[in-house]
Design a binder for this molecule. Structure first.
Ligand code: ZN
Length: 148
């Protein structure tokens, strides 16, 4: 078992208890669904894109603290970013939580609180589910994403 205290830092607890941008978006231009069968996390990510810019992003769903906190942090981070920036952040975030990068290559802000999940491989999928779902939404794919 992993040590919850080491992992659930203050920011994660806060974003799990009070998720930001956690609502359905009726005027979304893209949406995608993601599922992590290992943990049971389910998310829908909504995007409103205008001329290559993410003018609004939200999510809804149910899942463990990590998956919800990660989605909340992701939406907060992405608002106002361009599509190209979102791709770059996805790559760097993925490297951060899988341990592929020794150090942060770019400043990921609050997203870096999730770096601790790299010690717990099963939790990596919880943290990256929202990002894979975002990917799918950016690509305009309609099939639900599964981490398996
Ligand atoms: Zn989970």
């Amino acid at each position: 078992m992993f040590d919850l205290k080491a992992l659930y830092q203050e920011v994660i607890v806060d974003h799990n208890r009070h998720p930001r941008n956690c609502h359905r978006m009726n005027d979304a231009t893209r949406r995608a669904e993601g599922y992590n069968p290992l943990c049971g996390d389910r998310l829908t990510v909504y995007l409103k894109l205008e001329q290559g810019k993410i003018v609004d992003v939200s999510f809804e769903g149910t899942g463990c603290a990590i998956s919800v906190a990660s989605a909340s942090l992701m939406t907060e981070y992405l608002k106002g970013k361009t599509e190209a920036e979102a791709w770059t952040v996805f790559e760097h975030f993925h490297e951060l939580v899988t341990g592929a990068a020794e150090q942060e290559q770019v400043d990921l802000g609050k997203l870096s609180v999730l770096a601790g999940v790299r010690e717990y491989p099963s939790r990596v999928k919880c943290a990256t589910l929202c990002w894979h779902t975002l990917n799918s939404a950016l690509r305009g794919e309609t099939a639900p994403v599964s981490t398996e």
